[in-house]
Design a protein around this ligand. Structure first.
Ligand code: CO
Length: 134
């Protein structure tokens, strides 16, 4: 059911430092920061030959990233995103197997303008999983 790894999202306490690390130390193609007010994050997209890295930094109050950074002050992997062809079919299959979909269960439009869902980390070996319909 799942396809390509679309991205790995890393929450960071210092966006400039993390961008510099990926650009100058690791030599990656690092984009400009983009505010995503609907998601409470500022994102920097990093393009790798086979996938993307997304650096996440809290934006505004009640950012979903802030609690994560409180628990992980040096930052860390926040979620991984797999591609699916049909997000509603994927959701129905997952729910039928007992996996928990976060929120209302209805897909939201994610940072790339495509429908996404998040799956409960306790059902996926401690990893927050995002599904994106491509
Ligand atoms: Co994501």
């Amino acid at each position: 059911m799942i396809g390509r790894l679309n991205h790995v999202a890393i929450a960071v306490p210092d966006l400039d430092a993390a961008a510099s690390l990926y650009r100058d130390t690791l030599g990656a193609k690092v984009g400009a920061p983009q505010d995503e007010p609907d998601h409470g994050v500022t994102v920097i997209f990093i393009e790798l030959p086979n996938t993307k890295i997304e650096l996440l930094y809290p934006l505004g109050e009640n950012s979903p990233i802030q609690g994560f950074l409180d628990k992980n002050p040096s930052g860390g992997i926040h979620h991984i995103c797999y591609e699916v062809d049909d997000i509603l079919a994927a959701r129905d299959h997952l729910q039928a197997t007992g996996a928990r979909v976060l929120g209302s269960g209805e897909p939201k439009i994610g940072a790339h303008g495509k429908p996404v869902l998040f799956l409960h980390p306790k059902d996926f070996t401690g990893t927050l999983v995002e599904l994106e319909q491509v």
